[in-house]
Design a protein around this ligand. Sequence first.
Ligand code: ATP
Ligand code: MG
Length: 344
Amino acid sequence: MREAESAITAQGVRKNYGGQPSGAGLNGFDLRVPAGSVCGLLGPNGAGKTTAVRILSTLLSMDAGRASVAGFDVRTQGRQVRERIGLVGQYAAVDEILTGRQNLVMFGRLNHLSAAAARRRADELLERFSLTEAAGRPVSGYSGGMRRRLDLAASLIVSPPVLFVDEPTTGLDPAARREVWAAVRELVDAGTTVLLTTQYLEEADRLADRISMLGAGRVVAEGSPDELKSAIGGDWIDLVLSEPVDVEAARPIAARLASGEPLVDGPARRIGIPVAERTRALIQVATALNEAGIEPEDIMLRRPTLDEVFLHLTGEGAATVPAGPARTGVRVNAGSGNTTEESR
Ligand SMILES: Nc1ncnc2c1ncn2[C@@H]1O[C@H](COP(=O)(O)OP(=O)(O)OP(=O)(O)O)[C@@H](O)[C@H]1O
Ligand SMILES: [Mg+2]
């Protein structure tokens, strides 16, 4: 893809905060986000998500590398970049004492709208984020979800083509989280390119077209949620057995029918079996158990979770989640620093 079709690009971006252990910050960060899509930047605390957002939105300078947003160079064309982005920071930027409407009108005025235009825009956005009813109340009385939606609205006063959202739902309850997800979805449907950071795999799974997994300042894997889940070897059959003796009896069956190394958790009487062909494998496992006279307490077929993918790729879960071949489209960044692209 040419750079012009990418709303956001980053190549080899480095940032070392002075006095921090090496690795803190960004350490060769690469990214490419096609216009009109949602990219989820996923990583644990300290992975470098906020650093990446701050560099791409020109709030922080990089030590090395290149980056562009909406076709403009982040380093040399900061003003043009800032004119084309919205930023919803990790912490709420709205004023507690003002009402929802007053906040939005104020942001409109700060963005050089006339008083009348600012009021009009505020009302449009209040409507769009289902805040009309609460618009006249001070923000101090808003729920976390309402504040986050007001934050999103404030960043959209001038409809930027590219929006950065740093951890949109951290600290929100599930209902508020769903409200925010719906608001982000609406923006994307209206054509905005969104880069969102999150620690929640479910959030990336729901919202992102593609996910970049960030570990210690660099992207360790990139792909669609499905591709990432397939990257560690297709599906899993989980068996829960009634008796310890059944675990031993089921062990060789699992080994015979698995596409990789089965996981046996003796004390929990569980066996995880990685399988290549979902339905066929389920029938084979059920048949073999039946023939051996084993009646499992539970048997289920599932995809790997993004948590397992992330733990596996960052090495922390290497002992518990066996590797499988990567599928087309998934880029897995090996710890050595090489990017490999595998396919089957
Ligand atoms: N201003 C700063 N000065 C020194 N070190 C910093 C600064 N900001 C971040 N760091 C360090 O850089 C690393 C990446 O931080 P960053 O805030 O980008 O992570 P994050 O992925 O956003 O984490 P979180 O999920 O906690 O928000 C961390 O080790 C952090 O301690
Ligand atoms: Mg952060």
